[in-house]
Ligand binder design. Structure first.
Ligand code: HEC
Length: 204
């Protein structure tokens, strides 16, 4: 009788779905929201600088996240290949996160100290110069287009509202730091920042 009701009553189906969904939210999502402060205190993650924020925007607008993930799962083959697995504290200042979902290219979570800025520049202008078999598109214009810095203050204010601890002073100085850099230079600063707290972790 019960099974008949369950499968045939729309109301029971909806109520049961809501119950199951809310249970998952309570168990999986609420604890990490409540613990945000503790996660911050224990984390070595630092907010991005103004130039790195500008570089991250280039990363998003060029669609780098379509081919690259920033999410090393805690399973042996991935850790061996891509380095330290992600921790929940890695993304406390990331809005939105750039985990990605497809790996045409390698995972970039721990990229920071792997190459020099010079290597990154050559690779972005023409990946085939350093990796002859590379399928990655070339981005030569990134080193011709110059950033005005006009929007950086507003972007950092939004991040501040979302909880990134920028001071008003840092935000006011942001424009001058970004203005005049090429998109490529800012992007490289962002790429070099990836996984920086990881390296510190390992030194400890
Ligand atoms: C069409 C897919 C694709 C897109 C889009 C793409 N890449 Fe790549 N990327 C690759 C592939 C494939 C490789 C591996 C071959 C190589 O090193 O060039 C790679 C390699 C890299 C590497 C070297 C990683 C390592 O650990 O050796 C970096 C850094 C990188 N990409 C950054 C970027 C950035 C920044 C962008 C956006 C401006 C971007 N990629 C866009 C496919 C892509």
């Amino acid at each position: 009788m019960l099974s008949k009701d369950f499968t045939q009553s729309l109301v029971i189906l909806i109520v049961a779905t809501v119950l199951v969904a809310s249970f998952s939210i309570v168990v999986l999502i609420v604890p990490s929201l409540v613990r945000t402060d503790a996660i911050r205190v224990n984390s070595l993650a630092k907010p991005l600088t103004a130039v790195q924020v500008a570089g991250r925007d280039v990363y998003i607008s060029e669609g780098c996240h379509v081919c690259h993930t920033q999410m090393v799962r805690n399973i042996e083959p991935e850790v061996k290949r891509d380095g330290r697995a992600n921790k929940e504290s890695d993304d406390i200042y990331e809005f939105p996160n750039l985990w990605g979902s497809k790996r045409t290219g390698p995972d970039l979570t721990n990229l920071g100290r792997k190459y020099s800025e010079q290597w990154q520049r050559i690779h972005l202008i023409n990946p085939r110069q350093v990796v002859p078999t590379s399928l990655m598109p070339a981005y030569p214009w990134l080193f011709r287009q110059v950033l005005s810095g006009d929007e950086i203050e507003a972007k950092m204010r939004v991040l501040q509202t979302l909880g990134v601890p920028y001071t008003d002073d840092e935000i006011e100085r942001a424009r001058l730091q970004v203005k005049g850099l090429t998109k490529g230079e800012a992007l490289i600063q962002y790429l070099q920042s990836l996984g920086q707290d990881t390296a510190d972790d390992q030194e400890r």
